[in-house]
Ligand binder design. Structure first.
Ligand code: ATP
Length: 425
């Protein structure tokens, strides 16, 4: 593993962002648990996504569909047949790999002298589950993508709301894939979360191209707006033989990760594949009936969280700073009494803390000295630290210290909330 990735993995464990799943039983490949800070980071990513994709638009509504659906859904969508990866096996050690991951295969070939590979086999990624109490139990699947829940509810949403084409349905939720080779920390997991928009339009080549380009740019802007380094982002178009079975056209947003350029969001032109397969149509106000086309933006919450963490990780003159965008930071503010053994300082600091915690996710720290407290907050990305000192008792002001510049300013306690709110944007 690259050293930056190793450092982020270690920090994530040490400070409670991400732990290996089922760790006390030796873990389980491809499963991860988010700790007290990780759940905040992930929730903040999802909240920002929902804000942008649903609340700030008049043409998008939300949905939360079930994870397990009637298996007929997956038959119709083509996933039982075509949601596959090519698998090869090393004839020497019988380890299995993705046949399309050439770099990984080359690395493995160096491990044995006489490696050779079996012919590629297609391997279905859907995870099977069994329902009911009577034998034989009913076979079903954990969803391999959250998308189908939107398509099967297309008519429900049209009939129960006032949406008119063009419009979108947004959803965030868990997906499961029986990945052949989980790895690169959370990057390739077997359980992960997706945040997706299905945007329905009239079937029209020009319109679909315009919509596709629009969403591509919107999604890139969203990541950059939340602080991701633009130089580490690029689009990559899928070659025809690489596209998923449903895609007419696809481009990925990739991040320059320590393990190479890596997809973390796909923009897909799904055409009428899904609604067509589910035999669903749209009837416009003037009675025109057609199968809409779909432009999809499909992002991974876990991959986004990982890349936000990698991007934010900085070592500045011996100080480790996680420069997360304040809206993504697990804690927005930390409150300290200058000295923990001076009751008047502690009391005043508690008043500040109790007030701020109603509007911001705030944390309290009175251990050690101020330097150590700053150090501890910097490495988890807390953008502002507030210290109540002896001057605070006289003039009702506190010190607000900025994580990135380490600069401090005095702010009146009564103006703290609005001061922080303005900074948060
Ligand atoms: P890959 O080629 O890396 O397997 P994919 O092209 O199959 O990914 P999509 O089907 O387009 O991925 O899924 C949309 C998004 O869901 C991805 O961009 C990614 O962020 C997320 N995702 C997909 N598979 C995984 C996984 N195994 N672990 C974590 N996130 C994933």
């Amino acid at each position: 593993m690259d050293s930056k990735l190793e450092k982020v993995v270690a920090l994530a464990k040490r400070r409670g962002f991400i732990y290996p799943g089922s760790e006390i039983y030796g873990g389980l490949a491809g499963f991860w648990d988010y700790g007290p800070l990780g759940v905040e980071l992930k929730n903040n990513i999802k909240r920002q996504w929902w804000q942008k994709m649903v609340y700030e638009r008049e043409d998008v509504v939300g949905l939360d569909a079930a994870i397990i659906m009637n298996p007929e859904v997956w038959k119709a969508s083509g996933h039982l047949e075509a949601f596959t990866d090519p698998l090869v096996e090393c004839k020497v050690c019988h380890k299995r790999f993705r046949a399309d991951h050439e770099e990984v295969l080359k690395a493995h070939e160096k491990e044995h002298k006489n490696t050779s590979w079996t012919q590629p086999k297609t391997f279905n990624l859907m995870t099977e589950v069994y329902l009911g109490v009577t034998e034989p139990k009913e076979k079903a699947y954990l969803r391999g993508e959250i998308t189908q829940g939107v398509f099967v509810n297309f008519s429900n949403v049209v009939d129960s709301t006032r949406v008119k084409i063009p419009f979108g349905i947004a959803q965030i939720g868990k997906a499961f894939r029986n990945e052949i080779t989980p790895g690169n920390f959370t990057y390739r997991s077997r359980e992960f979360e997706q945040m997706e928009l299905e945007y329905f339009i009239k079937p029209d080549e020009k319109e679909s191209k315009k919509t596709f380009d629009y969403w591509k740019e919107e999604r890139l802007k969203w990541y950059v707006g939340l602080g991701m380094d633009k130089k580490k982002l690029r689009f990559r178009e899928h070659a025809a033989d690489e596209r998923a079975h449903y895609a007419r056209f696809a481009e990925d947003i990739e991040y320059q990760a320590p393990f190479g350029w890596s997809e973390f969001e796909g923009i897909h032109h799904r055409g009428d594949w899904d609604l067509g397969r589910h035999k669903l149509v749209y009837k416009s106000d003037d009675g025109e009936k057609y199968t809409p086309w779909v432009i999809e933006t499909s992002g991974g919450v876990d991959r986004a969280a990982l890349f936000f963490l990698l991007d934010a990780y900085h070592e500045d003159e011996g100080r480790l700073v996680l420069k997360l965008h304040p809206r993504l930071a697990p804690y927005k503010v930390a409150v300290f009494p200058l000295l923990a053994n001076k009751p008047e300082l502690v009391e005043k600091a508690k008043l500040v803390f109790d007030k701020l915690k109603l509007s911001f996710h705030a944390t309290w720290d009175d251990r050690g000295n101020i330097g150590k407290r700053y150090f501890s907050q910097d490495e988890i990305g807390t953008p502002w630290c507030i210290t109540v000192d002896f001057d605070s008792l006289k003039d009702n002001t506190v010190t607000v210290r900025d994580r990135d510049t380490a600069k401090q300013e005095r702010i009146d306690i009564d103006k703290l909330s609005s001061h922080l709110q303005t900074k948060l944007g």
